[in-house]
Design a protein around this ligand. Structure first.
Ligand SMILES: C[S@@+](CC[C@H](N)C(=O)[O-])C[C@H]1O[C@@H](n2cnc3c(N)ncnc32)[C@H](O)[C@@H]1O
Length: 413
């Protein structure tokens, strides 16, 4: 944890500043705190593997006591949810002489189908319009003039998009699952500040801290929606920006829907920030067909009707609501890699790629990706090794546009 993050953090319960406790658990490395305890008038919270855990529950307290007893690895394994066997596998995976990948660590840390959603997130049909929306919004420097927050940010796929906008003051990935934040910091977006917290409680940040607060594909999973809406608005202030892409609607059908509301209720919750609603189906089509993000045509709840999902953008700053070019860049932030949804077979000098879904359930939920991911294709290059743009020549831009080739974090898959 960067020590500068202390300026942003507040206790979720008393709202007080958090101070570093000078005890046996404290390990400082330059301007970071690797492990330690944060305290306020009412609570104590651990920092484990550089991640502040601002949650008051028994596992967190146990982890803190382990750390104070010098058992740092036990504390980490406890918060990662690792038993002795998986702990041993984890230890081997992250050994200094072993080059671990996100994919391998995810397979160890995630015990359910969420692993598929995360591994293939960079090309799924809800990620693409959301990433394009954030890049569009970020063209307005005021949206990134302070720190930005990715709430319920998981293992950091969209946090990485926010990082690409180069906000002043850093990017916080906040999630209730410690293991997801560990993956985000280690692999997906090492530049982020991970904060473990529960979005059902008051958020552990100072008032008017962030220039933008994002909450993608998670609001319906939160029971205390009124509290969370008020909290997000508190964090960005009266001229700030709150973005909630891919809100499942109670009027439509969704896989893993969560506790949905109707579009009109979502809008009411954020009314002080003058929210506008957008049809997700329309944002998707505009991106694929016209390469634009059009924020000029918001939709009424009636116009959204029974569509499964919608996007809410709330800010009083009317200059945000215009049409943006969503053309792709040639720059490479991480490393070019074959989309892990493809099986790759060599055929002479060429590579034959076959789209292969991990499960029928994944295909059912994210099958719209077939609109841009071809079922098979042959690329005149060896794609089993490192991929430089020159290797793909004139095809590089098109392969990237169709998400056959991804600009993924280093050591992703
Ligand atoms: C479908 S994932 C979306 C992840 C990320 N926002 C994205 O769009 O890629 C939902 C995320 O919400 C997080 N989440 C669920 N309930 C939460 C809570 N009460 N507090 C904080 N995060 C929560 C989950 O851990 C998960 O990472």
């Amino acid at each position: 944890m960067r020590t500068a993050l202390l300026d942003l953090l507040r206790c979720p319960f008393c709202g007080g500043r958090l101070e570093v406790v000078e005890n046996e658990a404290l390990v400082r490395v330059e301007d970071r705190i690797e492990s330690g305890v944060l305290g306020c008038d009412c609570c104590a919270f651990p920092i484990v593997a550089g991640i502040p855990v601002l949650v008051a529950d028994d596992p967190t307290r146990d982890a803190m006591h382990r750390m104070e007893a010098g058992q740092h690895e036990d504390a980490l394994f406890m918060l990662l949810g690792l038993d002795a066997d998986r702990g041993a596998s984890f230890r081997a995976l992250v050994a200094p002489d072993r080059k671990a990948t996100y994919r391998e660590a995810l397979a160890l840390l995630s015990l359910d189908a969420e692993a598929d959603c995360f591994l293939y997130r960079f090309s799924d049909p809800t990620y693409l319009p959301t990433a394009a929306l954030l890049r569009a919004i970020g063209q307005n420097r005021w949206t990134v003039s302070g720190p930005v927050l990715d709430l319920c940010g998981g293992s950091g796929h969209l946090t990485r998009v926010l990082a690409g906008l180069q906000p002043s003051g850093g990017i916080v990935d906040a999630d209730v699952c410690f293991w997801k934040l560990w993956l985000a910091k280690r692999f997906t977006v090492p530049a982020c500040d991970p904060v473990c917290c529960d979005a059902n409680s008051p958020l552990p940040f100072a008032r008017e801290t962030f220039s933008m607060a994002l909450l993608a594909d998670a609001f319906p999973y939160i029971w205390h929606k009124r509290l969370l809406a008020e909290e997000m608005m508190r964090l960005v202030g009266p001229d700030g920006l709150v973005v909630l892409p891919h809100l499942h609607s109670a009027r439509g059908e969704n896989v893993s829907a969560g506790m949905t509301l109707t579009p009109v209720r979502y809008r009411e919750l954020f009314s002080p920030l003058q929210p506008r609603l957008f049809s997700d189906a329309r944002l998707f089509r505009q991106l694929l067909d016209r390469r634009v993000v059009d924020l000029t045509e918001d939709a009424s709840p009636d116009q959204i009707g029974t569509e499964p999902s919608l996007t809410l953008v709330a800010t009083p700053r009317a200059d945000l609501f215009r049409t943006y070019d969503a053309g792709d860049t040639d720059a490479v932030e991480g490393e070019l890699t074959v989309n892990p949804l493809y099986r790759v077979a060599r055929q002479g000098r060429a590579s034959v790629l076959t789209l292969t879904f991990p499960t029928p359930e994944y295909e059912e939920e994210f099958g719209a990706c077939k609109e841009y991911l071809p079922s098979t294709l042959t690329v005149d290059a060896d794609l089993t090794g490192p991929i430089e743009p020159a290797l793909l020549g004139a095809d590089c831009a098109e392969l990237r546009r169709r998400r056959v080739i991804l600009d993924a974090p280093k050591d992703y898959s």
